[in-house]
Design a protein around this ligand. Structure first.
Ligand code: NIG
Ligand code: FE
Length: 424
């Protein structure tokens, strides 16, 4: 993608009405609620990193800098979506309508639909088809201000197709500006051919040789398990995640979504980087996550889309857990790819305030992917991943959902997106 900044030149963003100075994650409690801001600010980028920021009156002179005006709007760190099921194929709009008619996510899954339905589509799609079907999804996410996305396998459900999905993630990473973080999710569902033979399935997808190949080739950094009623139980999830950790893949868990079966306690036990969903979390689960320093990734788009009870995010924040938000973008339980839309659901339905939501989608989302040492915050030396918004305040962004507010997106110091009326 073309950028107008001459090679070697700095980038000076000026006329920033409000700069949200998000501190590095993980952040908790009052720190989430009170992200500091600087009004009438400027920000200087050099060599792809934040070199200086502060009040415009104090801005250093850099005569050769390329100047970009924020036109009095807000500047925030690039948004991070730490839980998606990209890449996927196929269409489950029929299931959506069946659910509206009263069938449940679980009953559709038990009838051979659900994850297994998408698995059939992913298995029969070629590598190139998977890339071309998923690239536009990422292009639209960039237009929403998202600069880093976690992507999972989990629809191959056999080694060769799980590897195909991970290779597709690698190709997608190279073909567009958003940085992708890959997660291996072989234990997403039991494929039809292994019904009643779960142990045989686990032997295949948690084979140490396969896990070592995935880790060794850098095809994934994380391993996730769907540990819930209708999927894998705690003992099965423990086996997969322990072996994965031995192979160098950091655990993540789909936990406490449909039922409380002890998945968040397991997250603490295996020192998971994140536990995701948490609609049914209990006090023991909260304690386990806090003791392990695990990030709580809340997915309110899923509860909205499925019409199930939301996670009580206020309880998690009040318990001083670092809370992140994500789309969970997938064809079954949340076909919402817009992180700003999810952020608005978090405000209106979970009663998170704008500052908390911003922290959850930047600093804490970075912590859920173990990249909080260099992204997700406004700090000198951090990657210059930034979003310019056409809003006078953060509050007004959340107050007017659905309007296209992203004016420009900067990735590692390059202008990778400008909304057309702002293009020069
Ligand atoms: O996070 N809960 C498990 N996995 C996904 C749904 C995947 C699908 O239905 O295709 C989720 O909600
Ligand atoms: Fe998910």
């Amino acid at each position: 993608m073309a950028t107008e900044i001459p090679e070697g030149a700095s980038l000076l963003i000026e006329q920033i009405g409000t700069l949200a100075v998000v501190p590095p994650g993980p952040i908790v409690g009052a720190q989430m609620r009170t992200v500091p801001v600087i009004n009438d600010a400027s920000l200087l980028v050099r060599d792809g990193r934040i070199a200086w920021f502060g009040p415009t009156s104090d801005a250093p002179l850099d005569e050769g800098a390329y100047v970009l005006s924020a036109d009095g709007g807000c500047v925030i760190p690039g948004l991070i979506d730490p839980h998606t099921h990209i890449p996927f194929a196929g269409d489950r709009s029929g299931e959506f309508t069946r659910r509206l008619g009263g069938e449940t996510y679980l009953s559709i899954m038990e009838g051979g639909g659900g994850i297994n339905s998408t698995s059939r589509a992913v298995r029969s799609a070629s590598f190139d088809e998977l890339v071309s079907e998923n690239l536009p999804r990422l292009e639209r996410m960039l237009e929403n201000g998202v600069t880093r996305v976690e992507c999972k396998s989990g629809y191959g459900l056999r080694p060769e197709d799980e590897l195909k999905q991970l290779e597709v993630i690698r190709a997608l990473d190279q073909q567009q500006p958003i940085d992708l973080e890959a997660t291996y999710l072989g234990a997403h569902a039991i494929p039809g051919e292994f019904a009643d033979r779960v142990d045989d399935y686990l032997a295949e997808i948690a084979d140490p040789a396969l896990l070592t190949e995935i880790s060794g080739r850098g095809l994934a950094r994380f391993c996730d398990v769907f540990c819930d009623r209708g999927a894998f139980n705690v003992d099965q999830a423990r086996l997969v995640l322990t072996r994965a950790a031995e192979a160098g893949l950091r655990p993540k868990i789909h936990a406490d979504e449909l039922a409380q079966i002890g998945a968040t306690r397991l997250a603490g036990e295996v020192n998971a980087i994140s536990a995701d969903h948490l609609e049914q979390i209990d006090d023991g689960g909260i304690t386990a996550l806090r003791e392990a320093g695990t990030v709580a990734v809340v997915l309110p788009g899923t509860s909205f889309f499925l019409g199930i009870e939301h996670c009580n995010a206020r309880r998690l924040i009040e318990a001083d857990l670092p809370v992140a938000l994500a789309t969970d973008y997938n064809p079954g339980s949340c076909m919402i790819e817009s992180l700003p839309w999810i952020m608005n659901i978090a405000c209106c339905q979970l009663r998170m305030v704008p500052s908390e939501v911003l922290a959850a989608c930047t600093a804490n989302a970075a912590a859920a992917l173990d990249v909080h040492q260099r992204v997700g915050a406004i700090k000198v030396g951090f990657d210059a991943d930034l979003v310019l918004l056409d809003v006078p305040s953060l509050e007004s962004w959340f107050y007017t959902p659905g309007l296209p507010r992203v004016h420009a997106v900067i990735k590692s110091g390059q202008i990778v997106y400008r909304r057309p009326e702002h293009a020069r």
